[in-house]
Each structure stands twice: as structure tokens, then as C-alpha cells.
Design a protein around this ligand. Sequence first.
Ligand code: DX5
Ligand code: ZN
Length: 220
Amino acid sequence: MVEISTSILQVKKENIIKTIYNLETAHTDYFHIDVMDGEFVERDTSLYMREYSEYIKQISTVPLDVHLMVSDVKTYILSYESLDPNILTFHIEACKNTQQILDNIKLIKSIGARVGIAIKPDTSINVIKEYLDKIHLCLIMTVEPGKGGQEFLTKTANKIKELKNYIDENNLDIDIEVDGGINDETAKIVKQNGANILVSGSYIINHSFKEQIEKLRKVN
Ligand code: DX5
Ligand code: ZN
């Protein structure tokens, strides 16, 4: 069974409280928090994503799935510690060397979160192989990071499969999360290729939450 992580990137401030409430009622498995710093990607969402995460912690028990699209990974990991995220994911492209990657993994574990490493559509899964026995999740971006509402890139399907095969061959226990352009059609593709956590923003937020989440969950 796949899990659904709803991205609240596109939710307007005036609707956030009722959206959090309604997404919890619609049984989203996670709230997906897209933290952008204006440097790793063009947009800066850091302030309002922080604010939304604080609201979630106040009124909901649904876990936070934090996706850091930032250059200064360490600072953002530390700043999210007080929000008790279930998953904290950073981009491998934001790291300068192996030591930095290992330090980030260690830091995330020390704050009690599950560790995710994200890769952009053009980054090969070869670069993350050596860290897979130290992390909990790999996030494969199925659009270029930076904004919601983009079209799913079909070229990423093979990468999901490649990673899934590698995980199985090496008896690893790792979740494969996909993010970007997920709807009931593309959900089929990613699920068949081995993804088990689906991030979805516009497909859920612009429609009936419950119906859309159920449709994504039932895809096979
Ligand atoms: C893109 C973000 C995604 C995005 C998902 O940089 O990481 O989480 O908001 O939104 P949709 O489902 O609309 O592509
Ligand atoms: Zn995301």
C-alpha cells in the first residue's frame, strides 16, 4: 500500500487552518513541507513553510515530511528540530563532499527524524548508493524542484525502477518517495516502478481532498 504525503506549498494563508484540518480528516499520511531558500532554488518559501509547520504541530497529529530545497542544509535541519519532523530530506546536490553528506545524516538522526536524501531528475542514483544503508528514504524528484503544478517527467520512471531493483538486490529497507506532477495516471507509473510514498500537491489541493487521496491510494 502506498502512503500519501500532501504538499501544502500552494495553499493560501487564509485557507491554511481549514486545509490542515480537512487534510487530516481526509487521512493524508503526512504533510509535505517544501522549504525553499531562494538560493538552491529560485523561490523562498522558508518563512511561510515554517509558519504552516507550526500551525500543523498545534492542531494536528499527522507527521511532518520536510523536504529541504536549500543550500545551507545544516542550519535548516537545526531550525526544524523543534517541530519534531518525522522525515527530514535534503538534496545531495546541495552537499559539497561525502563528509558533508555523512554529517547531515548524523545530524538528522540526532534530532530523532528519519533521514531522506533527494535527487533531482538529472542526478543518477549511483551517487546515493553508498549512503543507502545509512538512511531511511530516497526522494526521487519527478519534476525539477522549485515549484508546484509542473508536469511529471517520464524519464524519471526508469530511475525509480533502477533504485527499487538495487534496494531489493541488496536487501535494504528503504522507502522510495516521489515528488512532482503526481496524479492518478502518473501514480500508476511510479507505483509500478517501486515508489511507496507519493507526494502530491495540486492534484489534491485543487479538488476534494478525500476523493483525490483515496484515488491515489487505490492506484495499482
Ligand atoms: C516541487 C515540490 C513539490 C511540489 C509538488 O519543488 O518539491 O513538492 O510542490 O506539487 P505538485 O504535486 O503540484 O507537482
Ligand atoms: Zn517537495
